[in-house]
Structures are given as C-alpha cells and as structure tokens.
Design a binder for this molecule. Structure first.
Ligand code: NAD
Ligand code: ZN
Length: 363
C-alpha cells in the first residue's frame, strides 16, 4: 500500500508553495512540483550517487563536494560556470537534492543566477527536511563566519522524500532529531509527547508512516513560525531555542561537536536556565534529557569545554541583538519566550550545572 504524501501549504510575502512529505516522491518530481522547463540539478558527492538516478530526466547535474567547508562563494562560482556551459537559461528550475548545505548553496544560486530562476528543494537529511528547506533563507559561509552572505529565496515546491533517509548516516539522523525535539518544545506538545513516549517509533503504524507524520509535524512548526514572521523580525527568533548555548559550544569545540549535538546540549541548558530563573518547571530538564538520550544525543557538555570560554563565544554569535545576548526560555513544552537580560552569573551557573563530571570527550 502506498501512503499518500502529506501536503503542507506555506504562504510567504510573494505567494505560496507546498511542502510534500512522503515516500518515493523523487521519481515523480516534475509532476509533483509542476515543472515544465528543464531541470538543473544541484547535489553533493554523497547524495548524488545514491539518489540522483531516481529523478527523471534532467538537463544538467552539478555535483559539489559534500561538507560544510564547501558552502562557499567559490562553490557558487563553479556552479554558475557549469550552468552557463550547459546552456541553462531562465526557463530552467534549479533543483537542490541533498542536505542543508546543498539547499543553502543551490538556493543562493537560484536567487542570483541570471537574476533569479525557479527553485525546488528536495531535502535528503532530516535536518534539511525539518529546518533548512522551509523559510526561504539561503546563503554561504565566509572565512569570517557562517551564513554571512545570502538571500531570501522562496522555493516553488519542497519535496521531502523520506525514503532518502534510509541512507542517511545514523549520527546525521540524530542531529536532525535535535531540531525535531526543538520544534516539539517550541510549539507542539503532542509531537514532544510522541517522542517522550516513544510512540512515534513503536505505534502500530508502519515505520515509514510514523516517520512521515513525525517529519510533517516538525515541518509544520517551522512553517507556522516563519509564516508569521517571514523576515525574522520577531517570533522567528524562538526557532533559535537552544542555539545561543549550542552555537557557542560548537564553536568552542572547534566544531568537533556537530550542530545537532550542540542544539541538544543547548536545549538542556535552556531548560536548566528557565528553571533557575523560576520561569519553568524544574522537571522539564530531565524530560528533555530523556528524549535526547533516546535519540543517541548528548546531554552533558564535555568537561574539556569550560563555562567561561563558552560564555565568551556567545558574544561572537551574529544573532545577538545589538551586542546583548538573547535567550529563548521555556515555561513549559510548547510555551517559549525571549529574554534579553540574563545575568552572566546565571549563564555561567547553568553551563557549570550542565557540564559533564567525566573526562570523556562526549557523553
Ligand atoms: N536555510 C536555513 O534556514 C537553514 C536552517 C538550518 C540549517 N541550515 C544549514 O544547513 C546545513 C546543515 O544541514 P545538514 O545537516 O543537512 O548538513 P549537510 O548538507 O552537510 O548533510 C550532512 C551530511 O549528510 C550527507 N547526506 C545528506 N543526505 C543524505 C542521504 N539521504 N544519504 C546519505 N548521506 C546524506 C551529506 O552529504 C553530508 O555529508 C548548515 O550549513 C546550516 O547552516 C540552513
Ligand atoms: Zn539548528
């Protein structure tokens, strides 16, 4: 029995598009995304060999080397060169097939090549499905920092083919789950409850149906927030739950701690700080830790990364407002809010409390 895809309409300032979540969507890309012109496929060296053959005919395929270190203007330049050499014109649609790196780079290319061509996202990592492919942000890193150059470019369709997740390495799946947990905490107690009870894995639906509904629920949280705040002026900041701590921990670790792991640690720290400042239920931290552990995610900052350097690293995050740190805190599951005036001693005490007592590199 084939399962119907879940359709999530997304409105943005210039129109609307659908996110489709389902199994085996890639073979029907042209039909599902209503494409008429030629397809310029952009993928990476891991995903292309595994999944590009499942798409129908494409006019050209550009394969970039996998990895965040290739999310650069130099990669964008090589893509422009290959699109021009293949005669790709404004009738074409740029299709991104890959994780968040491919989506961000291909989206930036689609926003700028010939002053803009149509763009379709086919995210293949859990993180790209539930986070990067919705919201219209695209861009590349500079030597000075991540995501410093970019554009808002809305896709005309997003196809989240969950069949592709079968080839995703387990640690990448876990990293995406950190953002799913985050989305449950921001605005979907039912989603968080499913993770807490393990119901999404063990219910009597098929595993693929479980995954489809989990991914769709997580996408819907992001969709609802970005629809309300398309240019990140207010509520969209709540999507950074766990990220003020998480980015700083990633940075201090020299990026040995991957983004999803940093977010997991940041969620624990945000719950701890919320309880310390008497906004939130003290039991919430333990509940979040149990959910993260069940996904194979860390819940204690490795002892090697001390509170003071992590605190200092928070001030280099470009998302801080006018030199002040902002934290997203939790009153309860599904009830988050922004605070801009947390005392240094409370942040340091939180980092100390969430620190591992062991000397292992990651627990
Ligand atoms: N634009 C946004 O709003 C937004 C939001 C969140 C994150 N991001 C960006 O997304 C990036 C992170 O995304 P990511 O975690 O997907 O990283 P990624 O694109 O580097 O993918 C992670 C790894 O998994 C591989 N991979 C992806 N799908 C696969 C599959 N189905 N099978 C086998 N291997 C697969 C990739 O080749 C890569 O090695 C960062 O650059 C981040 O800045 C953007
Ligand atoms: Zn994130």
């Amino acid at each position: 029995m084939t399962l119907e895809p879940t359709r999530l309409p997304v409105s943005h300032p210039a129109g609307q598009y659908d996110v489709l979540v389902g199994a085996d969507l890639l073979p029907n890309l042209a039909e599902l995304a209503h494409l008429r012109g030629p397809i310029a496929l952009i993928t990476d060296s891991h995903v292309g060999p595994l999944h590009a053959h499942r798409l129908g005919e494409v006019a050209c395929t550009v394969t970039i080397p996998a990895g965040e270190q290739n999310k650069t203007l130099a990669t964008v330049q090589t893509i422009y060169d290959q699109l021009l050499a293949a005669g790709i014109d404004r009738q074409a649609t740029v299709v991104a097939l890959g994780g968040g790196v491919v989506g961000d780079v291909a989206g930036f290319v689609a926003a700028t090549y010939l002053r803009g061509v149509d763009f379709v996202q086919c995210p293949t990592s859990l993180l790209a499905m539930v986070d990067a492919s919705v919201g219209g942000k695209t861009g590349v890193d500079l030597p000075q920092g991540k995501n410093l150059v970019g554009a808002f470019k809305q896709p005309t369709a997003v196809l989240a083919d969950i069949t592709t997740l079968h080839t995703l390495p387990p640690e990448e799946f876990a990293a995406g789950m950190a953002e799913v947990v985050k989305h449950g905490l921001i605005n979907n107690p039912e989603l968080f409850g499913r993770l807490e009870s393990g119901e999404w894995r063990f219910s009597n639906q098929s595993p693929i149906a479980n995954l489809q509904s989990l991914v769709a629920a997580a996408i819907a949280v992001k969709r609802d927030v970005v629809q309300e705040d398309p240019f990140e002026q207010g509520r969209r900041a709540t999507l950074n739950l766990g990220h003020t701590f998480g980015h700083a921990i990633e940075q201090v670790s020299g990026y040995r701690i991957r983004h999803g792991e940093g977010v997991a640690l940041g969620l624990v720290a945000a719950a701890h700080l919320s309880a310390r400042l008497e906004y939130g239920d003290p039991a919430l931290q333990g509940r979040i830790e149990a959910v993260l552990r069940a996904q194979g995610l860390p819940t204690r900052i490795p002892a090697a990364y001390k509170p003071a350097p992590i605190y200092a690293a928070m001030f280099t995050d470009k998302k801080k407002a006018a030199g002040r740190l902002r934290f997203i805190l939790l009153r309860d599951v599904g009830d988050v809010f922004i605070v801009g005036d947390v005392a240094e001693k409370d942040v340091l005490a939180t980092l100390t409390a969430v620190q591992s007592q062991e000397n292992s590199s990651l627990q």
